[in-house]
Design a protein around this ligand. Sequence first.
Ligand code: NDP
Length: 313
Amino acid sequence: MKNRITELFEIQYPIIQAGMIWCSGWELASAVSNAGGLGIIGSGSMYPEILREQIQKCKAATSKPFGVNVPLLYPDIDKHIAIIIEEGVKIVFTSAGNPKTWTKHLQQHGIKVVHVVSSSKFAKKVEDAGCDAVVCEGFEAGGHNGREETTTFVLIPQVRAATNLPLIAAGGIGTGKGMLAAMVLGAEGVQIGTRFVASVESSGHENFKNIILNAQEGDTMLSMKKVVPVRLVKNDFQKRIQEAEDKGASKEELEQILGRARAKKGMYEGDMNEGELEIGQIASFVKEIKPAAEIVNEIWSEFLEAKKNTAAL
Ligand code: NDP
């Protein structure tokens, strides 16, 4: 397919694998890129030298374009940016922060910059910051989420109306039919996280992958708005947070319950009761762990089939 997203990233299909902490290292990113999508290394859980090693391994594993996701709330952000530039990465997705901070600097080094937003108001800021494209991510998405709770279906057309930037939709998309729906609403590409967590190449713990396979509708919830809103699987930890929130707990009290490194404990080390398990609503639709290339091919053929079938509507 040729459109502004495939041309911007020089990829075959406008299917982008989301950068996800603890789950998307070089193995997943290179597998998605080799299959014709855009693979992204999730740097938010990596110490700077780990990120360098992951980029180098990704370069060795694919000659195709790949990107790095940089959550701007990461503590060692300037070191990450320096490594990304030194290692010659060509595409950066920034999130969870102000797009003005790093965009020009990265672009001066020949890097395409895309920023993730959860509202049309922020999408306008992304355009003002001079980014090359924007991702709009709706309420259904896993992990870090918007405060406004706008669903993907409501968000896409509004962001489309608010900006002329190439538009990627995210949140609740895991199939070719979902991809087509997003594109009918105005997106030119999709970013998919949850479905790729349940892939062979994802670095998420086996227990975490199995939680996805067994997830039912309603098994995730947006929590911790006072700290940083994240969609989590309802487990012992999430329920404790929920009870505290229901009683009106302060930001400080919630931070105390959260403690440190809970995301690693859950998604990487496999503690399904006490870990922070960040996953999207579409988990209830994912029933099998597959190689990333198979996932890309399946989404693409389902997209083509669904597109053909729309003529009969
Ligand atoms: P915490 O503060 O609870 O813990 C930090 C975790 O990140 C630890 O597991 C640590 O590994 C790892 N880490 C990697 N690089 C660094 C670094 N330079 N300094 C400190 N810790 C580092 O954070 P979270 O687990 O909630 O989040 C992990 C990272 O992802 C953070 O950098 C956060 O800013 C970022 N992030 C989190 C999101 C979320 O939804 N939770 C969303 C977007 C970004 P170790 O245990 O081996 O020390």
